[in-house]
Ligand binder design. Structure first.
Ligand code: PEP
Ligand code: MG
Length: 689
């Protein structure tokens, strides 16, 4: 079926970007295809750029041709759009103004599309005093039913998970566990009974109490737990109030979701054929929603603070998931420049994707090993898909954070043996518990330390809490037979501590021998070098360790006395500080002299400029965040390592971070213009959130 009509551009501004955006949005709703002709030129009605290329000022006559089944309805709506001046007001202005918003980039990519609000505001709760026993019993029943309903809803989401996100099913299990947690469940029941208040009010009080407890703990993991507690309690409150959250089922055209916050269940519901991007007011790069949304491979920006206020339904948006930027109602020039940027990014990404399973080998034949840093079992699969040649850092804290009690040996063994199997024959470097004593939520009697970063944490905590430590070591050793494990102790500040940790490990090995349990007797035992004292005595430590891994996230913090989580001093967190480079070099040298492997697992390994610097310091093995692996591999495959090393000679003599960074960038641009002149990637200061 074909429909042809002549349409006149009657709005003041002519067929500019916003008008073209409306046409493209409309074209997305219909199956039929639209062609617009002016004079001898024809444009594709599904491309903003193509429509703009017709250059139609006010008064232009255009021939619209629509081919396909629903051509007539499409044409009627298109004609209405032209007659309605594409929503332009009398003064020739569009109501909305261009705005630029900044948030945290979570999932990369660039998309241009229409905003769709998803109402995720908090359910209103009212205080009600219960008058008698009957009302109290009734409220208790209502609460229990609302919780049961929430459990069923979560189960339903779990069973409908798409392949993309199914690896994150455990996050929904965490939600079910939170629903049963006594701090939430029992304490709410207790409040209803004792304080004689309605269930919603009682639940809110319990959640506030948990907030209070967690607020004292400055830690990312805990922050994530709080997100989960909030989203679980919100679900119960909705069930109590009998309200249905705004669903994504009705979305039929391509949209960018704008919401106050989203839960992991929301992410499960997302259909990427309609949802092309996500924006939220709240959230951090490490929230569960953020981690899961990365798997959807659509641009996501969180923490925009006022996105739901500033963006109206239907607004045209540009989402730059690389830079964490959102442009609301962009002008035509901005759209054209982002269309171009998007094309270049997509081209670049497919070039990167093509090499991610090829070895990270430089053009002059040096083999570099690229592994992944992960925090959950599910990330191992994503890491391998992204081309990781093993797991260079498995942070094992997660299982200690989701439950109130310490996990038992079987729970740990189950997790560790799965990861061993999943990654074999490639290695998994498993780090023992790196946790601060005040992160321990086991009995909620948090003993607050004034200076947790310098306190009883990590290996110090483990050497104090032998039972906890030995349970983990037993689980690691038992799981070691299923794959290729390396064991690493974090926060080692001196030889005595390392030998003590090894002594305990040997004791655990002996007890396994007594029990006749198999384990890898040759398991390499290494040190996470992240304290300046350890870099100073790297030559001594190297005589007793099988490998070193340099943890620059903490090493920079301790070397420069900069709290890595304190935004007031974030500008002083300098990965290119000459002292940091010298420390790294010292460790590499000590390791090489003793013939042990030295790798680096700090976040800086995901930064192209840092990688060049680190290669020039002699490092050949890196472990980095999963998302950066393809880019880094691609870059390494373009590098003539000999020339890089020659070009960066003298780097250790430079006096300031700025001089180092400028020096490396200059060399990088001349050696690898394709990577470093490419402005589709925004280089974030490595190590910062
Ligand atoms: C580090 O400190 O560099 C590191 C890799 O560990 P984390 O970020 O877990 O402290
Ligand atoms: Mg560390």
């Amino acid at each position: 079926m074909e429909e042809i009509r002549s349409l006149k551009v009657i709005n003041e501004l002519g067929m500019h970007a916003r008008a073209a955006g409306h046409i493209v949005g409309l074209a997305g709703k219909y199956k039929a295809k639209l062609f617009l002709r002016k004079d001898a030129r024809e444009a594709d009605g599904s491309s903003i750029l193509s429509i703009l290329s017709l250059a139609c000022p006010k008064g232009s006559e255009i021939e619209a041709r629509i081919v396909g089944k629903d051509a007539k309805e499409f044409m009627d709506e298109l004609e209405g759009l032209f007659k309605n001046k594409f929503g332009e007001t009398a003064g020739g202005h569009y109501r909305p103004r261009k705005k630029i918003m900044k948030g945290f980039p979570v999932s990369p990519g660039i998309i241009i599309g229409k905003a769709h609000h998803l109402d995720r505001f908090k359910t209103q709760i009212f205080h009600r005093k219960l008058l008698n026993r009957k009302e109290v019993d009734g409220e208790i029943d209502r609460f229990k039913q609302a919780v049961d309903m929430a459990k069923e809803q979560i189960q339903k989401f779990k069973s409908s998970m798409s392949e993309q996100v199914e690896g994150y099913a455990f996050l929904l299990d965490t939600h079910s566990m939170i629903l049963e947690d006594s701090l939430l469940f029992d304490s709410t029941l207790k409040r209803i009974r004792k304080e004689k208040i309605n269930a919603g009010w009682a639940l809110e009080k319990s959640v506030n109490k948990i907030h209070q407890l967690f607020r004292q703990i400055e830690d990312d993991y805990i922050g994530r737990r709080m997100d989960d507690v909030d989203s679980v309690s919100e679900r119960v409150l909705q069930n109590l109030a009998g309200v249905q959250p705004d669903s994504m089922e009705g979305i039929k055209e391509e949209v960018i979701i704008v919401a106050h916050s989203l839960s992991p269940c929301d992410i499960v519901e997302i259909n990427v054929s309609n949802v092309t991007g996500i924006l939220t007011d709240v959230g951090s790069r490490t929230s569960h929603m953020a981690i899961m949304s990365e798997a959807l491979e659509i641009p996501v920006v969180v923490g925009l603070e006022s996105a739901t206020d500033m963006i109206l339904d239907g607004d045209l948006l540009i989402v730059d998931g690389n830079a964490g930027e959102v442009i609301v109602n962009p002008d035509p020039d901005t759209i054209i420049s982002y269309e171009d940027r998007k094309k270049r990014y997509n081209r670049y990404k497919s070039a990167i994707d093509r090499v991610r399973h090829l070895p990270a080998e430089t053009v002059d034949g040096y083999k570099i090993r690229i592994q992944a840093n992960i925090e959950f079992l599910a990330e191992a699969k994503v890491a391998i898909e992204n081309g990781a040649e093993g797991i260079g850092l498995y942070r094992t804290e997660y299982l200690y954070m989701i439950k109130r009690d310490f996990p038992d040996e079987e729970t740990l063994f189950d997790d560790y043996s799965q990861i061993a199997r999943m990654v074999a024959p490639n290695p998994v470097t498993i780090r023992t518990l790196d946790i601060a004593s005040d992160k321990m939520v086991s009995d909620m009697q948090t003993s607050r330390e004034d200076n947790p970063a310098l306190g009883l944490r990590s290996i110090r905590f483990c050497l104090n809490e032998r039972k906890v430590f030995k349970t983990q070591l037993r689980a690691i050793l038992r799981a070691s037979v299923y794959g290729n494990f390396r064991l690493m102790f974090p926060m080692i500040s001196g030889l005595g501590q390392f030998l003590e940790a090894k002594r305990i490990l040997k004791g655990v090995m002996r007890s396994l021998d007594r029990d006749g349990v198999e384990y890898d007797r040759e398991i390499p035992i290494g040190i996470l070098i992240e304290i300046p004292s350890a870099t100073s005595i790297a030559d001594i430590l190297a005589k007793h360790a099988d490998f070193f891994s340099i943890g620059t996230n903490d090493l920079i913090q301790y070397a420069l006395a900069i709290d890595r989580d304190n935004e007031h001093v974030a500008h002083l967190y300098e990965p290119f500080h000459p002292a940091v480079l010298r420390m790294i070099h010292q460790v590499v040298k000590a390791g090489n002299e003793e013939g042990i492997e030295v790798s680096l697992c700090g976040e800086i390994a995901g930064d192209p400029l840092s990688i060049l610097t680190l290669l020039s310091l002699g490092l050949r093995e890196f472990s980095l965040n999963v998302g950066s692996i393809p880019l880094i591999k691609k870059m390494i495959r373009m590098i003539p390592l000999g020339k890089v090393a020659d070009g960066l000679t003298g780097i250790l003599e430079l006096p300031t971070s700025k001089k180092v960074e400028d020096f490396v960038l200059r060399r990088a641009k001349s050696l690898l213009p394709d990577v470093f002149e490419e402005d589709v990637f925004t280089y974030r200061p490595p190590g910062t959130a």
